[in-house]
Design a binder for this molecule. Structure first.
Ligand code: SF4
Length: 440
C-alpha cells in the first residue's frame, strides 16, 4: 500500500524554532479534505506540527505540505528537508499558490488554488512518473464541490472543541495586500448548500457542539447566506466566522445570525487610518464608522474579534499608538496585529517594488513581525518597534481586565470572558518572547 503524509506546519518563533503548543484550537480543513480524496489503496497520515513532531524517517511515498500565512517559511524548509531525503514533496495552500514559481524550487509539484480540481490528475501523474511542476485548474462554474472531510484522522489529537466547515472560497473585495484577493481576483465561489449542511452534521455527529465557518467573507452572497442560516439554526449549534464589518449596519441579518447560533465574528479592520485603507484598496471601509458598527454587532450578542495591520500609507507613530485606545474603547477581547507585508504575488508587492520601497527581499523576513518595506511616515525600524510596543501596551493586566472583565456582557457569560482572558495571558507570554500571536 502506498502512503501519503500530510503536514500542517507550525510558524517559526523569533529563534527560528517551530512554535509548539499543547493544544491546537484552529484546525485547518485542507488536510482532512485532501485525505478524503485519497484512493482506497493509499494510507494517509496527518501531522499537525504545532503539537506533534514530524516523523522525518517516515515511510510515506508522498509528503504533502500546506502553507498558510506566516507558516509558509516553515513549509518551504520542511519541503527542502524531505527533498534532501529523496521524498516526493507536494506544496499547496494560499501562500505557495501566489508564489508558485518560487515554491517549485523547494518541491516536486505545487498545487495552485483549489486542490480538489487537480488532485486526481496529480496522483495519476505520480503513479506514472510524470509529475508536473505546477497543477492549476480554474473552476468552470462558480461552485465547488468537496468531499466529506476525514476528521476521523484528527479528532483523537489534542484539538479544541470545534471543527472547521467551509461554505465558500474567495471574496468579492480586492484588497491589494491580500493573498485571497490575489488568488480569487474578486470572485466568491460557493459550495452546494447541501454539502455544507452535510459537513456540519458530520461535526455534530462526531460529538462537537461548535464549528468554525472558515470562509474569507461569509456574507458575499446574501440569498445563499439566508438559506444557510435557516439550515444552521435547525442544527442547534454554536458557530464563529469572519466577514466584512459593514454587516454591522444590518439589524435583520444580525438578528438572524445570532438566532442561528453565531457567537463570534472576526473582522479584518486593518487600520484606524482612512488613508491607509484607501492605500490598501479598501476604501469601502470607513474607520469613523467602526465604533458604531462594532457596538451594534455586540448588542446582538455577537462577539467581535479583530485583525489589523500597521504600516499603511496613512499610519503615523501617533496613529499606531492610538490604536490601543480604539481597541480598549471598543472592548475587543482578543485583538491581533501584523505589520503590513508585501507578500510576493500580491498587487501591494508589485507597487512597493516599483516604488523602490522594498528594503528586504529575504523571504524569511516576510512573517508580518518585521518591516520589509519603507512606510510613508516612519522608518522600517520605527515601524517594527511601534508594532511590538502596540502589542505590549494592549497585553498588560490592566488592559486585559478592561477589555474582558469590565464589560456589561461579562455577567451574562463569565466563562466565555474568563476564557478570553486566559487567551490574552497566553498572548502576553508570547509577546514577551517576540512571538506574534496568531490563531494557529
Ligand atoms: S475583505 Fe478580507 S478577504 Fe476580502 S480581499 Fe479584503 S482582506 Fe482579503
Amino acid at each position: 500500500m502506498k502512503k501519503i503524509l500530510l503536514i500542517q506546519p507550525s510558524p517559526y518563533d523569533q529563534n527560528h524554532m517551530p512554535i509548539k503548543k499543547k493544544r491546537l484550537y484552529f484546525v485547518g480543513l485542507a488536510m482532512p479534505l485532501l485525505a478524503a480524496m485519497m484512493p482506497e489503496d493509499w494510507e494517509t497520515e496527518i501531522i499537525l506540527e504545532i503539537m506533534e513532531d514530524i516523523p522525518w524517517d517516515t515511510d510515506a511515498d508522498i509528503i504533502g505540505i500546506s502553507s498558510m500565512g506566516h507558516g509558509v517559511i516553515r513549509s518551504l524548509d520542511i519541503a527542502k528537508e524531505f527533498k534532501e531525503k529523496g521524498k516526493t514533496v507536494i506544496l499547496g495552500g494560499y501562500m505557495v499558490s501566489i508564489m508558485a514559481e518560487e515554491a517549485t524550487k523547494y518541491c516536486d509539484a505545487v498545487v495552485v488554488g483549489d486542490a480538489e480540481l487537480v488532485w486526481k490528475d496529480l496522483l495519476e501523474d505520480y503513479t506514472k512518473g510524470t509529475l508536473k511542476k505546477i497543477y492549476e485548474k480554474n473552476l468552470e462554474k462558480g461552485t465547488l464541490s468537496t468531499p466529506l472531510p476525514r476528521f476521523d484522522l484528527i479528532i483523537h489529537k489534542n484539538i479544541g472543541d470545534f471543527l472547521p466547515v467551509q461554505a465558500g472560497r474567495g471574496c468579492p473585495n480586492t484588497c491589494s495586500f491580500c493573498s485571497v484577493a490575489c488568488l480569487y481576483k474578486g470572485h466568491y465561489i460557493k459550495k452546494p448548500l447541501e454539502e455544507v449542511v452535510r459537513d456540519i452534521k458530520q461535526i455534530k455527529n462526531l460529538g462537537f457542539k461548535k464549528f468554525l465557518l472558515l470562509d474569507d467573507n461569509t456574507f458575499s452572497d446574501r440569498e445563499y447566506l439566508h438559506k444557510l442560516l435557516e439550515e444552521i439554526k435547525k442544527l442547534n449549534m454554536e458557530w464563529m466566522s469572519q466577514c466584512d464589518i459593514r454587516i454591522g449596519k444590518e439589524n435583520k441579518l444580525l438578528k438572524e445570525l445570532a438566532e442561528s447560533g453565531c457567537t463570534t465574528l472576526s473582522f479584518g479592520l486593518e487600520s484606524i487610518s482612512r488613508e491607509s485603507l484607501v492605500g490598501m484598496n479598501k476604501s469601502w471601509a470607513n474607520p469613523a464608522m467602526y465604533p458604531e458598527l462594532i457596538e451594534n454587532i455586540q448588542s446582538h450578542g455577537i462577539d467581535v474579534s479583530t485583525e489589523m495591520v500597521v504600516g499603511g500609507d496613512g499610519d503615523t507613530l501617533k496613529s499606531i499608538k492610538m490604536t490601543k485606545t480604539f481597541i480598549e474603547e471598543n472592548k475587543i477581547s482578543v485583538p491581533r496585529f501584523y505589520i503590513l507585508t508585501p507578500i510576493p504575488g500580491t498587487k501591494f508587492f508589485k507597487e512597493i517594488k516599483a516604488e523602490g520601497r522594498l528594503v528586504n527581499d529575504n523571504i524569511y523576513s516576510f512573517d508580518g513581525t518585521q518591516a520589509v518595506h519603507i512606510p510613508k511616515n516612519m522608518t522600517p525600524q520605527e515601524l517594527t518597534q511601534a508594532y511590538w510596543d502596540l502589542y505590549k501596551s494592549l497585553f498588560t493586566y490592566k488592559s486585559i481586565i478592561k477589555r474582558n472583565i469590565l464589560r456589561k456582557e461579562f455577567l451574562k457569560k463569565p466563562g466565555k470572558y474568563l476564557f478570553y482572558s486566559i487567551v490574552n495571558l497566553f498572548y502576553k507570554y508570547q509577546i514577551k518572547r517576540r512571538i506574534t500571536p496568531n490563531i494557529f
